[in-house]
Ligand binder design. Structure first.
Ligand code: ADP
Ligand code: MG
Length: 324
């Protein structure tokens, strides 16, 4: 799929789909299904809930959208060509980038998990600057959406890192759209809003950060009785993020906690929370911990085509750097 085709799909009038009249179209737009791609990758159940159409009717609409959006099978060479459009976002550390085969990839989710103070949020600040850099410097000249579930975004920190990277701090801050997520529903709603920023406000969003992915899910659902409900909701959230990453060729960076509650006698302090749902949705999983002499160690624990390995970096006033 090339940029032109994507543009064509964004401009497609959804009332051209079978059984979609004006009132249904309005409902679809309001529910976030205002373009061909969003409909093409929806499930009949989702679409039926959003529009009031029957599930059978929704299935027809989805099939027609898939055809119009050319979302059929692709051959291996087409996929390879698509892979060539993947953006690799630099972390700021050459060692870390090398471990990631160039940086954090667009079209997928990269998850960093680790104890408090391991550097997850520091890395988020760095990525939010780096993505604004030109391609030849490891960026994508993109806008950032920061979904902040823990209230730890610091504009002052952005200014410091921007200056060190040679960017105008005020411009850099303008290119970061921050929203504090107040609960898990709100967090999910904010992901839908990203689509609006891209399609309606035409912002070139290239990085979406969810800092504190599990914070609300963890505190709102507790006890075994609620686990299934939590996982189901979390699954939707992760799939919304994957869709966003894939459809708009952007990088999704999520941070996660470890189950190291000191009061708990169970739980592995080096394991992320969220179970398999988060694990399967994240193409790249990285465990962060403190290393020697104030360094941080990033361990790649899961990646589709890279070996498990470790790298070390520093967090300094200027941001993420290599160890001298
Ligand atoms: P996490 O999000 O994993 O809980 P953080 O990313 O907030 O952890 O890590 C914070 C750490 O980053 C601090 O403990 C400190 O070591 C380092 N740090 C933050 N700001 C600076 C700075 N201006 N100069 C040097 N180190 C910093
Ligand atoms: Mg943090």
């Amino acid at each position: 799929m090339n940029e032109e085709m994507i543009q064509e799909q964004k401009e497609f009038d959804i009332t051209e789909l079978p059984g979609v009249g004006t009132s249904t179209a309005i409902k679809l737009v309001e529910a976030g299904y205002g373009n061909l791609l969003a409909i093409a990758v929806a499930s009949p159940k989702e679409l039926s809930e959003a529009s009031g159409m029957t599930e059978a009717g929704s299935r027809k609409v989805i099939n027609a959208a898939r055809k119009a959006a050319h979302l059929d099978f692709e051959s291996g060479d087409q996929l390879l060509a698509r892979r060539a459009t993947v953006i690799k976002l630099t972390t700021g550390s050459k060692a870390f980038d090398a471990m990631m085969d160039g940086g954090f990839e667009s079209r997928s989710i990269t998850e960093c998990y680790g104890a408090f103070g391991s550097g997850k949020t520091a890395l988020a600040h760095q990525l939010a600057i780096n993505v604004q850099l030109p391609r030849e410097k490891g960026g994508a000249e993109g806008v950032v959406v920061w979904i902040d579930s823990e209230g730890t975004f610091r504009p002052e920190r952005i200014k410091q890192i921007a200056e060190a990277a040679g960017l105008d701090p005020t411009e850099a801050l303008k290119n970061i759209k921050v929203a504090r997520a107040y609960n898990s529903d709100h967090q999910m709603l904010l992901v839908d809003k990203v689509e609006e920023l891209i399609l309606q406000e035409k912002l070139s969003v290239k990085l979406v950060i969810v800092d504190g992915l599990m914070s609300h899910f963890r505190s709102e659902f507790y006890g075994r009785g609620q686990l299934a409900d939590r996982q189901q909701k979390l699954n939707r959230h992760m799939h919304d993020l994957i869709k966003l990453a894939d459809l708009h060729n952007l990088i999704v960076y999520v941070t996660n906690q470890v189950s190291s509650d000191p009061a708990a006698f169970f739980g592995d302090p080096t394991k992320p929370i969220g179970g398999n749902i988060v694990g399967h949705a994240s193409a790249f999983r990285i465990y962060l911990r403190k290393g020697k002499k104030g360094s941080r160690v990033a361990k790649l624990v899961d990646a589709p085509n890279l070996p498990d390995q470790e790298s070390a970096f520093m967090i300094a006033e200027a941001g993420i750097t290599d160890i001298e």
